[in-house]
Ligand binder design. Structure first.
Ligand code: 5RP
Length: 220
C-alpha cells in the first residue's frame, strides 16, 4: 500500500464518536478523508471542518457532515500532511496552497496529527521552498521585502497566471536554503506588511505518523 495512505489511515483510528475533526489538504490528507468517509458510512458520528475548498468538496461527496469555520471554536483532532518535518516537529506546509486555512484549523485544534511518508522527514527545514501567502495588490513590494530577508522568492503560477489561494491571495515560494532558526524566521516574515501568513508551523504537531515504502508505519 502507498506510504502516504498507510500513515493517513493510521491517524483516523484516533477519531471517536462526537468529535469535531479537522480535514487537511493534499495527497496524504486525501487518504484520511477517504477513510473517514468510509467510517461515517459505517456509522461513525462526527462533524468536520475542512482546510480547503478541495477537501471540503471531497468530504461532502463522501457524506461527511461538515461545519464551516465560523461555526467552531474548538476542534478535537486535525489530520493533515506536510512538505517537511524536522527533528523538533516543526513543519513546512503550503505546497498545496492551503497554508492559511491549515494554520487556522491547526491552531484551533486540541491535537494536530501530521501524516507523511518517509521522504518528508528532514534534519533541517528548507530544501522545500517556503510558501508565503501574500496579498495580490502589493505583491511586488512584498516580494522585494522577502528577497531582502535573503531568499529567492518565486511567484507561484498556474496555467500562465499567478496561482490564487482559496482566500484570493498569491503564494510566493521562498528558497531560504537550510533554515537554522525556523521560529525566528516565522515571526520576521509575518511582520512584513502584505504577508498574510507563511508555511512554517512551529511546535504545532502533537503526533507525527510516518508511512514507509516497505509498508511499515511509525508513530512518533
Ligand atoms: O500543506 C499542504 C497543502 O497546503 C499539504 O499538507 C502538503 O503540501 C503535503 O502535501 P502532500 O500530502 O500532497 O504531499
Amino acid at each position: 500500500m502507498d506510504a502516504k495512505r498507510i500513515a493517513a489511515e493510521k491517524a483516523t483510528a484516533y477519531i471517536d464518536h462526537e468529535m469535531v475533526v479537522g480535514l487537511g489538504t493534499g495527497s496524504t490528507a486525501y487518504w484520511a478523508i477517504q477513510k473517514i468517509g468510509e467510517n461515517v458510512k459505517r456509522g461513525l458520528r462526527i462533524q468536520a471542518v475542512a482546510t480547503s475548498i478541495q477537501s471540503e468538496n471531497l468530504a461532502k461527496a463522501l457524506g461527511i457532515p461538515m461545519l464551516s469555520m465560523s461555526m467552531v471554536d474548538s476542534i478535537d483532532l486535525t489530520i493533515d500532511g506536510a512538505d517537511e518535518v524536522d527533528e523538533a516537529w516543526n513543519l513546512i506546509k503550503g505546497g498545496g496552497g492551503a497554508l492559511l486555512r491549515e494554520k487556522i484549523v491547526a491552531s484551533t485544534s486540541k491535537n494536530l496529527f501530521i501524516v507523511v511518508d518517509e521522504r518528508k522527514l528532514v534534519k533541517k527545514l528548507g530544501a522545500f521552498p517556503l510558501p508565503v501567502e501574500i496579498v495580490t495588490f502589493a505583491h511586488e513590494i512584498t516580494q522585494n521585502k522577502l528577497r531582502a530577508l535573503g531568499c529567492i522568492p518565486v511567484l507561484r503560477m498556474k496555467e500562465q497566471h499567478p496561482y490564487l489561494t482559496d482566500n484570493g491571495n498569491y503564494i510566493v515560494d521562498c528558497d531560504f536554503g537550510s533554515i537554522d532558526h525556523p521560529e525566528e524566521l516565522h515571526q520576521i516574515i509575518n511582520m512584513i506588511p502584505g504577508v498574510v501568513d507563511n508555511g512554517l508551523f512551529i511546535k504545532m504537531a502533537a503526533k507525527v505518523i510516518v508511512g514507509y515504502q516497505d509498508g511499515t508505519v511509525i508513530e512518533m
